[in-house]
Design a protein around this ligand. Structure first.
Ligand SMILES: [Fe+2]
Length: 428
């Protein structure tokens, strides 16, 4: 069965890729069901994975996903690990892997952001499910982050150079009262599960990756991030990962360059205009499922009228696309070694192996969906080809990363019965 490639009026084209890619039920199945969607995802998981890499967002429309349980089955069909939510807003658990989206009143706008962008580890994928569309407004708006970088560079090249060189400081203020009506509706002690300020600061630095915490007399706390570079390199693209705009229109967050100097006033206006000119508003239909690459796409919520029930599920998935896999395979053909060129890619590779998407044994590798056994002699990890993502990892984190990489290498070599430490030199 094949998905029918659909279209929504609001979609845009970036480069040669439609954003988002809309997929409808196959011909002859005008009225889809979640069972059909689950079956098709399982059958076409690799194709969908590559499609997501190309389009960054996929809207499954017309499959009539009726309940949160059915939505969870759709998410699970991708076979990606669950990513639990951690952050400054309350989310109610609806099923094992499904949560409510931000519970702030629907009339409030939420600005563009990557999910959990201020947390140490972000979900790589985020699913949204429309159980009940708002009678008016309430769209989820989406925006490819690499477009922000390219447009900002076109309009404000000096500002982009400055922010990359000096970094910027971002402050996030928690709620004064728990379950307040604000977008940030968790107090610091609920968020960090402690009443002790010293312990809270320690946990905030560990879990939230912030650099300092200021506790205010009104009961709120201010988490200070940076100086950090808001632009990340991801999958060969420069993405604007940390927004400079306020998380919500009512927050009094302050953003400055890393040296304390102020941003030029026009930078906020230009940034805001670019996000508004290049986004796509998803006008929800009941039963829609939207899948986003959370590391490449920002999302926002337009104000709307209740009732509006949009549910969320997040994944941390480690996969390699077939394109990447083919590159690894070619390296074997050329050199007799599997060359995995970055620590993150090696981790993904190992996770794919663990997930059973690629079967390993002492004599070869089989990709079940292709059914072709590939003989293997060695896998080598080389430090020469540092992945872009790895450049984000600084100092001490890098050391931990390499310890972990070492242990993955040992596991892979053990599977192959190669009782030696991985050779970290490029084999050619
Ligand atoms: Fe969000």
């Amino acid at each position: 069965m094949k998905f029918v490639e659909g279209k929504i009026i609001q979609e845009k084209v970036f480069g040669d890729a439609v954003f988002p890619k809309t997929l409808n039920p196959p011909i002859g199945k005008a009225c889809g069901t979640s069972d059909l969607l689950v079956e098709m995802i399982k059958e076409k998981r690799e194709w969908l994975t590559d499609l997501l890499k190309r389009h960054l967002a996929i809207l499954f429309r017309g499959f009539n996903v009726l309940t949160p349980e059915e939505f969870q089955s759709v998410v699970e069909a991708f076979n990606w690990d669950e990513m639990p939510y951690l952050g400054p807003t309350h989310r109610a658990k609806v099923t094992d892997r499904v949560f409510t989206a931000n519970q702030a009143p629907v009339g409030q706008c939420i600005n563009f952001h990557h999910e959990m962008f201020l947390i140490k580890q972000q979900p790589s994928k985020i699913f949204f499910y429309c159980q009940e569309p708002a009678p008016e407004g309430g769209e989820t708006s989406i925006l490819p982050s690499h477009i922000i970088v390219s447009k900002m560079e076109e309009e404000l090249p000096e500002f982009v150079a400055d922010i990359e060189q000096k970094g910027y400081v971002f402050k996030m203020k928690t709620a004064k009262e728990n379950h307040s009506n604000s977008i940030m509706n968790k107090t610091w002690n609920i968020l960090l599960e402690t009443e002790d300020e010293f312990e809270a600061e320690k946990r905030a630095k560990e879990k939230l990756n912030c650099n300092a915490v200021n506790f205010n007399e009104d009961g709120s706390a201010e988490f200070v991030y940076g100086p950090l570079n808001p632009i990340r390199n991801f999958e060969g693209k420069r993405v604007w990962f940390n927004p400079i705009s306020k998380y919500s229109t009512s927050d009094k967050d302050i953003t400055t360059f890393g040296d304390g100097s102020s941003f030029p006033e026009e930078s906020f206006e230009v940034y805001k205009r670019i996000t508004e000119e290049n986004n796509v508003d998803i006008k929800w239909e009941k039963g829609d499922v939207l899948l986003l690459d959370n590391l490449s796409v920002q999302h926002a919520r337009r104000p709307g009228k209740p009732p509006r029930v949009i549910l969320v599920s997040m994944c941390k998935c480690y996969w390699i696309s077939f394109r990447e896999w083919n590159k690894v395979k070619e390296s074997w053909i050329d050199s007799g070694y599997f060359v995995v060129e970055s620590p993150l890619k090696l981790m993904r590779f190992w996770k794919v192996v663990e997930a059973g998407d690629i079967h390993l044994n002492k004599t070869g590798i089989t990709i079940p969906s292709q059914g072709i056994p590939l003989p293997v002699e060695h896998i080598r990890y080389t430090e020469n080809g540092h992945g872009d993502e790895e450049n984000q990892i600084e100092g001490s984190k890098k050391c931990k990363q390499f310890t972990y990489i070492g242990s993955i290498c040992r596991q892979i070599f053990t599977v192959f019965g190669l009782a030696r430490e991985p050779d970290r030199n490029r084999p050619r």
